[in-house]
Design a protein around this ligand. Structure first.
Ligand code: LLP
Length: 429
């Protein structure tokens, strides 16, 4: 993987040996490579060259300000799904005119924030949402630019929890109701219908579902246009998968070629919302082995990262590579171990029966392809402040999000007046 490689027997992020980061910052810690971010973005952009395409990075995959800024500096726009993500995109310097506000449940306050910022478009997912946005825009004396998100009823053939384009999923306007929804949008004084949008799921490893969904969208867009409703663009969403284990997802080039072929008859500007593809391989979660425990039937490697830091393995049965930071020797025999975290749940497992060279207490392990949907899904479960985050550039590194202290964690809470001030102990009464 570009960005992370063994040098002199030690795993490096670009030119920084990972043990140096572990010592300076502590573990667990997410480590991101600027070079991989840039390489991924540039390659995706090149794969779309020849198209009038706007790439709006989906912040939900990784919303660290430094990550968003790195991509924004390369020319990325933003796909945001909350007022918080909108604020991060703005703080990272993403122009409002390159920002899309998506999501199935925007509040009126979020609509106001988006209109106020002057964003490129709202992706609207239902008629009640359209009505609310129309009211909010009219109250502000504005017109909200809208792309209707369509549910094309195409199976993305990915994990059920990240499939979004089937009729039983909560997302989008059903495709057979799309024309009527477009008419409704055009009839709203506070709405400017600018396009159509689709996103059928995440971690797609097969190109055919994309092709099927995009073809349906092209037909629909042509029908909408023919009905006298001009469109400015078609938003094709994100979803391009990565190889976490053995998967062979389409390359950006194959994806780009397919998009060109399918959308040629339409001739509209396009918008993309990639998340995982741009950031997944740019990040690793660095963790230290606390104990190696020989169970009755299994060997457990207990590490200091937990499911509160990276929930993907337990939530989606996701596979993540497990790399010893000290390069394994050729003659090291592999043994099957369970790599587990310290959380009080049996599901706190990063890898089950994974062949690993012998590791002992104090060793460092890097959990691979953790740049997407890692830190953003972290929690304080078991009162564990989530992992710190570090970015590397060449031989430099910087903490881009420190780990919260225990004091900061407790400081988030307030006691109701009937419990405060703290009781004095009996002896001091
Ligand atoms: N656009 C929309 C409307 C989306 O819902 C998503 C992701 C994206 C773009 C970006 O998709 P990507 O290019 O990253 O596949 N937590 C899950 C993934 C959830 C994806 C949600 N939507 C995971 O860890 O696999």
């Amino acid at each position: 993987m570009t960005g992370f490689s063994y040098r002199g027997g030690v795993l490096n992020a670009e030119s920084v040996p990972l043990p140096r980061i572990a010592e300076a910052v502590g573990t667990p810690v997410y480590v991101y490579s600027s070079a991989v971010l840039a390489e991924r973005f540039e390659r995706f952009r090149r794969a779309l060259s020849g198209l009038d395409a706007t790439i709006c990075y989906a912040l939900k995959a990784n919303d660290a300000l430094a990550v968003v800024r790195t991509l924004a500096d390369l020319g990325a726009g933003a796909d945001v799904v909350s007022e918080g993500e909108l604020a991060i995109a703005r703080a990272a310097g993403v122009p409002a005119q390159k920002t899309v506000f998506a999501g199935v449940g925007k509040s009126r306050a979020e609509m106001e924030a988006g209109i106020g910022a002057g964003i490129l478009q709202f992706n609207v997912e239902s008629l009640p949402e359209l009505e609310a946005l129309d009211q909010v825009a009219r109250a502000m004396g504005r017109k909200a630019p809208v792309a209707l998100r369509i549910n094309p009823d195409v199976d993305a053939r990915t994990h059920a929890k990240i499939t979004t384009g089937k009729s039983e999923n909560k997302f989008g306007v059903p495709i057979d109701e799309a024309m009527e929804a477009a008419r409704r949008a055009v009839g709203c004084a506070g709405i400017d219908l600018v396009g159509l949008a689709v996103h059928i799921g995440s971690q797609l490893t097969d190109i055919e579902p994309f092709r099927a969904a995009f073809a349906k969208m092209v037909d629909l867009a042509m029908a909408v246009r023919a009905a006298g409703m001009p469109l400015k663009r078609l938003d094709l969403g994100g979803g391009l998968g990565l190889s976490y284990a053995e998967e062979a997802p389409p390359t950006p080039e194959a994806y780009g070629a397919m998009v060109k072929e399918v959308t040629r008859p339409l001739g509209l500007p396009l918008l993309f919302e990639p998340g995982r593809h741009l950031v997944g391989e740019a990040g690793m979660l660095l963790t230290r082995v606390l104990y190696v425990k020989a169970g009755r039937s299994r060997r457990f490697v207990i590490v200091d990262a937990g499911m509160n830091d990276l929930i993907r393995p337990t939530l989606y049965d996701a596979h993540h590579a497990m790399l010893p930071v000290a390069e394994p020797g050729e003659e090291d025999h592999l043994e099957r171990v369970d790599v587990v975290g310290p959380i009080c749940e049996s599901g706190d497992v990063f890898a089950e029966q994974r062949p690993l060279p012998p590791v002992s207490s104090g060793a460092l392990l890097a959990i691979g392809t953790a740049g997407a949907y890692g830190s953003v899904m972290a929690s304080y479960y078991n009162a564990r402040p989530p992992a710190a985050e570090v970015m590397v550039k060449g031989d430099r590194f910087a903490v881009i999000r420190p780990r919260a202290t225990i004091e900061e964690m407790i400081g988030r809470d307030r006691l109701p007046e009937w419990l405060a001030p703290p009781k004095r102990s009996r002896s001091s009464a």
